[in-house]
Design a protein around this ligand. Structure first.
Ligand SMILES: [Zn+2]
Length: 436
């Protein structure tokens, strides 16, 4: 009797505990688009700090929060995604990334605005809205042509720079709620732009729903985002960081848009950010723009490489580990030869690479960045000091490791003078390559 009571008591309690424990143990995240349970690994880069959290010297002796960088792929819709470990409010309210510090990026968006004016007749009667408009780097070119614009940018420090250059900007996060508010005020968009923002929204469905709400009946959406196929082909694992919640193939993005009544009618493959897509979308009800052959062409291309099969994603993890070993092997060898190495740039992707590979001041004396916001600070996690680019001229390093490898041509041009002392460039991705 006693035994029985004891047994059943323990069993019930144990059962409850087990349930809790199992619940935690199997608490797999769910797909932010289709809601399926996620259990297929894409890449696991261990623990990393937030990559835009540059440190002041006074913070170097304090604790620093690290979060997992574990990326899954959804077996149903093939959305590659990172759990929302940190809320966007924490990440984007004060942001160190100013788009205007890259000359080639400015040229890219200038060409884009000219093309949109020419191809779709955007004019002073149109209303152009950009989501994540940053420091007004893009909208300024529409403003110059007298075209009314509205920027939406949650990072107050960055938005302030936009407002100062005459680009009206709302300091807010975009989603369905804000879209409804703007729609109520009649602020619909003829052209709705989102560059490198789709990856950065945890509430993907709410964001796309919001675009549907804000778009005029014949309006056009253009979105640019890094192409997952290029990430895999180019081994660009360093573009994985906490700010990037999703990684898209064309096929997956098309199904996300379709689920919210938007049809992608054209697509371009771009070389920016290591290979991006620019998609053109419209309301599904708007038949005035027919679907281009480029859409079916790209879908066929993705199917051929295996985008709709899990095996495609599974092989990536080992490729990443191999890259780490090769890069470290090289750095160890040149350090043993007594050479000096410095970095160029302190981009988000650089911080993923440095943290994942464990590269600190034991390998790299310092890095430099054109962005004055980062100068005088230290890289998150790895604590490498960041200086003005002129430092390279003063210290004559043997090697310069280019962290924003997507801008390597531009950077090697700017730094051509290192050849005066036989300095060389190291580009780490897709595989270590030396340029002398
Ligand atoms: Zn899914």
């Amino acid at each position: 009797m006693l035994l029985e009571r004891k047994n059943s008591g323990i069993t019930a309690e144990e059962k409850e505990r087990l349930k809790i424990r199992e619940g935690t143990a199997t608490n797999n995240p769910t797909c932010r688009f289709c809601g399926s349970l996620l259990h297929h690994n894409f890449a696991d880069l261990g623990m990393s700090p937030l990559c835009e959290n540059y440190l002041e010297s006074s913070q170097l002796t304090q604790m620093e929060p690290f979060f997992p960088l574990h990326v899954y792929v959804c077996e149903r819709c093939f959305l590659v995604q990172l759990e929302e470990y940190v809320s966007p409010v924490e990440i984007f309210t004060e942001y160190a990334y100013f788009s205007s510090y890259s000359d080639s990026w400015l040229q890219h968006v200038k060409n884009y605005t000219d093309m949109m004016i020419e191809r779709f007749g955007i004019n002073p009667h149109s209303h152009v809205v950009e989501l994540a408009s940053n420091d007004g780097y893009l909208l300024q070119y529409f403003v110059q042509k007298g075209i009314p614009v509205l920027g939406v940018e949650p990072a107050a420090n960055v938005a302030k720079a936009a407002i100062e250059k005459g680009v009206p900007t709302l300091i807010k996060f975009f989603g369905e709620k804000l879209a409804l508010e703007l729609a109520n005020e009649g602020k619909y968009a003829d052209l709705l732009i989102g560059n490198n923002v789709l990856a950065q929204v945890p509430d993907l469905n709410g964001f796309v729903k919001g675009m549907k709400v804000l778009l005029k009946p014949n309006g056009i959406i253009t979105i640019e985002f890094p192409h997952l196929m290029q990430l895999v082909d180019g081994n660009q694992f360093d573009t994985i960081y906490h700010e990037h919640f999703s990684y898209f193939s064309f096929i997956t993005v098309e199904s996300v848009f379709a689920a919210h009544g938007l049809t992608i009618f054209d697509v371009e493959e771009l070389s920016t950010h290591g290979g991006s897509l620019r998609i053109y979308a419209r309301h599904t009800e708007d038949t005035s723009k027919s679907v281009s052959k480029r859409v079916t062409g790209l879908k066929d291309k993705e199917k051929t490489v295996g985008i709709t099969h899990l095996e495609y994603y599974n092989s990536f993890a080992e490729k990443v580990r191999e890259t780490k070993r090769k890069l470290l092997e090289f750095l160890v060898r040149i350090k043993q030869e007594g050479k000096s190495i410095v970095g160029y740039g302190a981009p988000g992707k650089g911080n993923t690479l440095l943290n994942y590979c464990g590269i600190r001041t034991d390998f790299i004396d310092y890095t430099v960045d054109r962005n004055p916001y980062k100068q005088g600070k230290f890289t998150p996690g790895t604590h490498i000091p960041i200086y003005h680019p002129d430092r390279i001229k003063e210290t004559h390093p043997d090697y310069v490791l280019i962290l924003p490898w997507n801008l390597k041509e531009e950077i090697m041009d700017q730094l051509a003078y290192i050849r005066e002392w036989e300095g060389k460039f190291i580009v780490p991705i897709p595989a270590v390559k030396i340029y002398s």
